[in-house]
Design a binder for this molecule. Sequence first.
Ligand code: 2HG
Ligand code: ZN
Length: 468
Amino acid sequence: MSATQATLDAIRAVVGPQGWIAEAADMAPYLVEERGLHFGSCALVVRPASVAEIAEVVRLCAAGGVPIAAQGGNTGLVGGGVPDGGIVLTTARLNRVRALDALNHTITVESGCVLADVQKAAEEAGLLFPLSLGSEGSCQIGGNLSTNAGGVAVLRYGNARDLVLGLEVVLADGTVWEGLRALRKDNAGFELKHLFIGAEGTLGIITAAVLKLFPAPKARETALAAADDLVAVLGLFARARAAAGDSLTAFEMMSRRCMEFACRHDKGARDPFAAPHAYYALMELTSPRPGEPLRDALETVLSAALEDGEVTDAVIAASTSQARDLWRIRETITEAQKHEGASIKHDVSVPVSRVPEFVAGATASVEAELPGIRVVDFGHMGDGNVHFNLSQPEGADGAAFLAQRERFNRIVHDLAVGMGGSFSAEHGIGTLKRDDLVRYKPAVEVDLMRRLKAALDPNDIMNPGKVL
Ligand code: 2HG
Ligand code: ZN
């Protein structure tokens, strides 16, 4: 029997009959990423039910030299969870809320908790867990932390990284680091948790976390504004922020093509305007004070912007269900774009002030490169994070389009980085952007990352081939 086979047998014994999957058809969903761009393979999908089981599985893998791809909801967009041999370790069965301390404004959750369930648990305690993204109904908090997810509330509450007080992590040798501290202040040495957050499972497996909670919003207003260009959208953002301050919790933008794709492919999405517009800004104001006059603030901002010609039309949601409809347009874009054939995604950021310049420059360059290419630009305008996605020309061959990915990546990433931006704003590195990490990061940073990886995972079993 090979060493690997012996390790796999030992893993099966540790997790018991409910804890593993080996049938090809049942393993299939764990071997592919969202868009079907990356396919992997593995010998076994392991579903441990406890931290102790994870620790034991990791110990066995370390001894047997078997690679581990840790996986949450597998909703990532860069291939970070796709295995390359070895085992997939899914945290799905570790899904308990361990504690909620309302006075401390913290919740302690296991990594397999679905993000929406964490939000719900906070809500039931009259509080808010603000991390919010399109896939929140299926992504898991462990994956959110491992990828340092962003989403639509970063403007007000920060990235996933900013929402964590403590972590529990299974290290590459199977040791459990119990770092579940629930402190706002703890300045005792290196901030180790940040090594594991955003490391995409390459340094250890996050098994639980203490997360920050916030006062629940008691007032909320949502509006969709239309504009002729992104310079105007940026102007509206500045106005809204100046007027609403921290009440402005989201400021998203999308182009006309996003609106068209959303309405074409999602029966629940509807354009609220009679006429088409080049760009749209989706704004949300919230406050923990029930009587806060957010609507007045929104109306004042929008009417001044309309008067100055910055905004060409606007709707303020009259009910929660109308607000949900406006959000639906924004949140369905990723899914809608899939129906338009092959896509090349760019998840970039630039200083907020340079978003219009970036989009104009990148659009001109890619359209010159391939006439008929369809720019699908949307994103978290308030964070300077643009999803500068490209859909294949209508009727073109999808595979031939995807074969040009490198060329388009270069154009778009060179431009973003040249403007002081990032080639990976919120989706991470995975395998998709591994080469770009070396290309764009200073050599000193890449070297430091490699040294950390070698120190924490000397046998290279934690999600090998990802990030670095
Ligand atoms: C979003 O903001 C997600 O909706 C997905 O980050 C972006 O599909 C994408 O490129
Ligand atoms: Zn996004």
